[in-house]
Design a protein. Structure first.
Length: 106
């Protein structure tokens, strides 16, 4: 199980401790296609999710994530690719898995 997020930038590599376990990672075919089209890697969105970045969430959903992080509740993130395709990232309440999917695949 992962317990660290690795972020690579021009300035170097940063290691951060996760706020919650991600469990097994899954990607739907829609996300695979969208990321390939945008020239992006899934790790970018997994890292943002694990850092509890706000992304495309409304205030209420963002506050719900902050509330849920240390409770048996799901964590939900929404981001856009470089081609403006919306991606959802969902970590299950039991922290057994995290899935990247398109909203149409929910």
């Amino acid at each position: 199980m992962q317990n660290e997020v690795i972020t690579k930038t021009e300035a170097g590599t940063t290691h951060s401790t996760l706020s919650f376990p991600l469990g097994q990672l899954f990607l739907t075919q829609g996300v695979i296609d969208a990321l390939e089209d945008a020239g992006q890697m899934p790790q970018e969105f997994i890292n943002r999710h694990a850092r509890l970045e706000r992304g495309e969430l409304c205030d209420e959903d963002y506050r719900e994530n902050l509330f849920s992080v240390d409770k048996p509740l799901r964590i939900f993130s929404a981001f856009k690719t470089a081609r403006a395709v919306r991606i959802w990232v969902i970590t299950e309440a039991d922290r057994s898995s995290t899935t990247l999917l398109l909203p149409s695949e929910y």
